[in-house]
Design a protein around this ligand. Structure first.
Ligand code: SAH
Length: 346
């Protein structure tokens, strides 16, 4: 039988497990605190747990942990990019970003991705597997330990499509925001999706107050299809309807991510059409010049072009920001560092 993943259990589930092993309930709380408050790297660190119980835990449960195989630090903005090895040898990336209002960690939700967005490095080889709830938490815990910094925000915007790993994502959110663990506020968590409509609607029903970001990248379905294969499955209007529902149910303002690709989606007409499309939706558009990857020929819109696009949206009363590009000098875009590592290894 496969061992259970101890760090993906809620406190209630762990308490049941301890009972089954003939241990008192307070042990579950102690172990849970070691995992989710003190962010222990393994059972050995749990100093108030007896040797005998540690042995029992080892026999019955898997304890996931990450090994940092590469850390790159930006000279421009202190962004740190981590390449972590999972227990099965797969590698994933996570990013630590320093902002004036606190530190953010960007985590991956899958090894690779199967969504196929044309400008994205994470998806070039498809998806390898889903990450477990514990493996999503581990990215945050490891970074907190390595940097010694407090993490106040988490964005699920690394490699992978979080809504393609729905159940594990939900469990991760439960654990991350649990008051018995690191107790992050739901409002400090953002999940980014390419727009899997049924799961946006499901998420809207979960009674969460997390932030939702939608990768839009185009102002009509034809153009969106050129960049994002998921647009063949869900029409842009269906995505926007799901967003309206999400707002109605949760009251949370949405973010639309829009990567500006020179000559593809950055014309004045695109800005006009986008304004029309988003009229009446409580949202902010996040513009980011596309980060070029060597496997594709897409070029970013230049600074003047991005500003012109922003002005056009603002004239049409759309809330818009140009995202600060963090860590551009360290393979900042999704999946680039992992790819480079895999290429160098092969
Ligand atoms: N699968 C999710 C989350 C991961 S991608 C999603 O699609 O939202 C996080 C964001 O980075 C998405 O908006 C994605 O479209 C964008 N992105 C990926 N590669 C990029 C690149 N090379 N340049 C700019 N943005 C990119």
């Amino acid at each position: 039988m496969e061992k259970k993943d101890i760090k993906s259990l809620t406190l209630a589930e762990l308490t049941e497990e301890m009972k089954a092993l003939g241990e008192p309930a307070f042990r579950a709380r102690q172990i849970y605190e070691w995992m989710h408050k003190k962010m222990a790297g393994d059972y050995e660190e749990m100093s108030n747990i007896s040797k005998a119980l540690k042995q029992k835990l080892k026999e019955n449960f898997e304890y996931t942990s990450l090994k940092a195989v590469r850390v790159q630090e930006s000279k421009i903005d202190e962004t740190k990019k981590f390449l972590f090895a999972l227990s099965d040898g797969n590698v994933i990336e996570s990013v630590f970003m320093k902002y004036k209002f606190g530190n953010s960690v960007c985590i991956s939700s899958q090894v690779g991705c199967r969504m196929g967005c044309k400008f994205c490095a994470s998806t070039l080889d498809g998806v390898e597997r889903n990450l477990l709830p514990s493996e999503m938490l581990d990215q945050i815990y490891s970074i907190a330990r390595i940097t010694g910094e407090k993490i106040s925000r988490v964005v699920v915007m690394g490699s992978g499509e979080p809504l393609d790993n729905y159940d594990n994502l939900l469990k991760f959110i439960t654990l991350l925001t649990d008051e018995n663990g690191i107790n992050m506020g739901q409002r400090n968590l953002t999940v980014s999706t390419c727009g899997i409509v049924p799961n946006i609607l499901r998420l809207a029903e979960e009674k969460l107050s997390i932030n939702l970001a939608i990768s839009l990248h185009a102002s009509n379905n034809e153009k969106r299809k050129e960049l994002m294969p998921i647009a063949n499955k869900y029409e842009i209007h269906e995505v926007l309807d799901a967003c309206r529902t999400y707002f109605d149910k949760t009251g949370r303002q949405l973010t639309f991510e829009y990567s500006l690709v020179s000559g593809v989606n950055d014309t004045e007409e695109d800005a006009r059409e986008l304004s029309e499309l988003l009229k009446g939706i409580n949202a902010v558009v996040n513009l980011i010049p596309v980060n070029p990857i060597k496997e594709r020929t897409f070029r970013p819109t230049d600074r003047a072009g991005a500003l012109a696009f922003k002005n056009k949206l603002e004239k049409n009363r759309i809330n818009v920001t140009i995202r600060r590009e963090m860590g551009r000098d360290i393979d900042g875009a999704c999946g680039q560092l992992r790819r480079r590592h895999l290429e160098e290894d092969s």
